[in-house]
Design a protein around this ligand. Sequence first.
Ligand code: SAH
Ligand code: SF4
Ligand code: F3S
Length: 495
Amino acid sequence: MNRQQYYSDLFRQLSVPSEEPLRQQYFIDKLRIFMFGLPPKYTIPVDSEELASAKPLVRRTACVSTFGCQMNARDSEKLSGILQEIGYEIIEDEKADFVLYNTCTVRENANMRVYGRLGVLNGYKKKNDQMLIALCGCMMQETQVVEKLKKSYRFVDLIFGTHNLYKFAELLSDRIDSGEMVIDIWKDTTQIVEDLPVDRKYPFKSGVNIMFGCNNFCSYCIVPYVRGRERSRRPMDIIREIENLVADGVVEVMLLGQNVNSYGKNLEEPMTFAQLLQEIEKIEGLERIRFMTSHPKDLSDELIEVMANSKKICRHMHLPLQSGSSRILKLMNRRYDQERYLSLVEKLRKAIPDIAITTDIIVGFPGETEEDFEQTMEVVRKARYDSAFTFIYSKRSGTPAAAMENQVPEEVTKARFDRLLALVQEISREQTARFTGQTVPVLVEDVNDHDASLMTGRMDTNLLVHFPGDASMIGKIVNVRLDECKGFYFLGTQV
Ligand code: SAH
Ligand code: SF4
Ligand code: F3S
């Protein structure tokens, strides 16, 4: 009897567990055995050498394409980890046997890109009858999107949402067994499933979710509707994950949440974000801690103090402004005003010299007047951002702002956007230049894209530095002198 036959027979005697993550491990093994002829990893004991040396009987490739924010990027590492465990070979090319789009719907143009690219995928699928196409992520949480897919995109094989991505292996198994389109979207969840496989993009740095969802309902934003209510992971689960990452070579973590400053409020034993940071700081071998995003309304003095005293927390604060006009901020339901925002910036700069402050700004929110816009320009001049993401307001149906009167005409918004961008870039150049001549620790991330004799590293302020070196430095923190400011990055020399 061959090995596949042997494992298949044993596997058939098992019943499907109802507990997670055991249930997903069961489906991963099922696909390993029946689709790829690989030995099971979880359900049946297998000699470790056999497991390590096993090769899939068939070669199938998978490609995960990610749209949107760091949350989605982290989710994609989990989905890709599951595909890899099942036996797929992960590639970057969308001419693969399995293509998964992890979608974003925060602005309209993100949706349009997905529909456009689906057409291209359909072309590939016509030439490859093995090919499966799957869609997940925030866009799938919108009913009208799923309706449209069901009607006009019948070639899609699998659709799931943000709340049940941990069930990916099970849903894929359902699709293969049924041969039909599988759709599974949940409205919300309170569940957090730990210990799923992850395929990390970088060996030396990693995102770590500390919370999911959002409760803030900023009036323009769709995220609370597609990501559900705020849920914090337990501190012990977060710490354990980071300890494991560090044991695996990670030196920098990015703590992820839509509003990290409200971490811990709904835990059985409440804990503040600043307290969590102090616990994470104690992890030996971890060198750098980043986090995003901080909502100004919940940014505490405690957090500023912890940052100021920390050896590991990076001197960088991403603090989305959205608008500089207190009147617009109120309509946006942001729950801070211009004065409170600027006082936070001042406190941060005072407590943490050389801190880099970055932001997100929306132009053309309904009812925004020239005067409101000037207020935004004023805050940009005062806050002096190291960099800023600027967005044109996008109407998201279902959000309160979409129903507001006085939507700003496109040409007015576009003209304001250009003015804002010019100001932001001018200040960003000046802010960047202030580091010239300093010697700073830099995490070496990659060989430079354009010149292989240069390495690219990141300062704790998130700025990039290019300097002579070689690939053996990747993942290490080295001291680099910032010789020449090139606008938004530096050329330097290792010292
Ligand atoms: N939780 C984060 C933001 C997540 S969305 C926060 O509160 O800051 C990332 C950014 O997308 C937002 O900061 C906002 O600037 C932008 N954004 C969200 N909805 C938008 C919309 N409808 N139109 C344009 N930009 C939007
Ligand atoms: Fe959207 Fe506001 Fe939540 Fe950020 S805090 S995700 S902008 S609702
Ligand atoms: Fe987009 Fe969802 Fe992130 S809508 S910005 S991918 S939370």
